[in-house]
Ligand binder design. Sequence first.
Ligand SMILES: Cc1cc2nc3c(=O)[nH]c(=O)nc-3n(C[C@H](O)[C@H](O)[C@H](O)COP(=O)(O)O)c2cc1C
Length: 210
Amino acid sequence: MSFIEQLNWRYATKRMVADKAVPQEKVNAIVEAIRLSASSYGLQPYNLLVIQDKELLKKIQPIAYNQPQIGETSTLLVFAVWDKPTQERIDAYFNLIASERGIPVEALAGFKTTVEGTISNLDEATAYNWMARQAYIALGTGLAAAAIENVDATPMEGFNPAGLDELLGLTEKGLKSVVILPLGYRDEANDPLASAKKVRKSTEDFVISL
Ligand SMILES: Cc1cc2nc3c(=O)[nH]c(=O)nc-3n(C[C@H](O)[C@H](O)[C@H](O)COP(=O)(O)O)c2cc1C
């Protein structure tokens, strides 16, 4: 199947088959695609939590307004951004570039000053929004990767981030949940959207050619 065919196949699944777990190698492939996602400056100002503990998933469901997918998924991915883009985190990134590329960190001084200059001027809300945008790019990569793997996935903002942060101890980890992605297999018998036509703007309405 082509990429476009898989994007037509995928949809935000409302009901998943509860006893059909996604094989770990497919989960790994989706996680790897997310890890390889592009981010501004390459900073990756977020972490990915992979939750497969059934008891924990049961506790998350009410935090996600009892959406059924959370009770039915075998793997929930949580995208969580840094609480703050601290100097320590920026230093760690530049040390990583230096060690991966085998160059002295001093050789990156110009680039580092640019990154620090941009980020240190952001107020808290703007910094959060900027980091969340990076996480959403990764979400998109994850959605596409799931489709390629023939795995269903539902992007979800319908949850209480403060409640999830508390349950998962994210505040102590210096993180804030932004968006979640349960993985599974569509329950065609119980999900009316499984057979619904995909609705998108026509190319004429969508593309502005100049
Ligand atoms: C950022 C984001 C948040 C979403 N939140 C939810 C959600 O909480 N629950 C849900 O069932 N669907 C959610 N959706 C799914 C959208 O409603 C769905 O992607 C949209 O209607 C387009 O349909 P399709 O993805 O099935 O093609 C969300 C989608 C995105 C991109």
